[in-house]
Design a protein around this ligand. Sequence first.
Ligand SMILES: [Zn+2]
Ligand SMILES: [Zn+2]
Length: 328
Amino acid sequence: MRAAVIDHDKVTVETVPDPQPAAREVVLAVAGCGICGTDLHIADGQFAPTLPVVPGHEFAGEVVAVGADVSEVRVGDQVAVDPSLYCHECYFCRRGRGNQCERWGGIGVTVTGAAAQYALAPAANCVRLPEGVSPADAALIEPLSCAVHGFDVLAPALGDHFLIYGAGTMGLMMMELAKRAGAATVSMVDVNPSRLESARELGCTAAVTSADELERPHGWDNVIDCTGVLAAIEDGLPRVVSGGTFQQFGVADEKAVARYSPFDVYRREIRIVGSMAVLRSFERAAELFAEGVLAPDVMISDRLPLEQYPAALEQFRAGIGRKIQVVP
Ligand SMILES: [Zn+2]
Ligand SMILES: [Zn+2]
């Protein structure tokens, strides 16, 4: 089969052996595979413990082969796949925090992924898609499941006001979930005008290039950073209402250090929370997706052939478009 391959100094598309399912695994014909910041980190030599690796952790497709001990999914089923691989044995797994697993792995990160014609997945990680859901669009369920976990951590109240930094795919997903979660208002900040346009199209309260343009003297109940950019983080934290929450959702550089006022956090009782990947949120994301929480044609800006994976990755790095998919 054809597959994208990330090695130390290059990204290529190559012919590699077809996958064979072990007893509790399935093989899917990939319908679509999304690209995200994690793939860039892998290409830059981070995250993946061994290279070369076939990337691709946001995917869905049709089951074309099942292992000997698989009965819950069948050949012909359309499934989305939770790429998380937990050990189920470590301190964090035993405490129900698989996303903090000490031996955390991921399809397309630590093992062969789905930027390929076919992909292997444990049967236990497959969620069947209901009739009428496009399997290519369903590749959005994985990033959506990260956003759903973000909301689990955030635990907002009805009537809350939201301020979200970054109107890329994740910011737009957080915006859609905020509306579902009973937000009074959801305002978006981004320096990229075309991204703000998408946010307006999807129905945010306001879309601005600086939060200074917004009138909310007491601040926002929930300020969510979906950029990982220090300037946005440092601008956003002081805008949390007293007693409100700041969420670090965007992935900052590992070595970055942000400035904030500990006195202000103490005095105004600000809660600061993080959110990392997927935790018991994949099924719910699949159900929300099937119910139409996202507009796939707005979220997915580009669908490129698998053979153009290197160019797709560079387009993502350049910040052009929203969710970019490769389609085998
Ligand atoms: Zn991703
Ligand atoms: Zn573990």
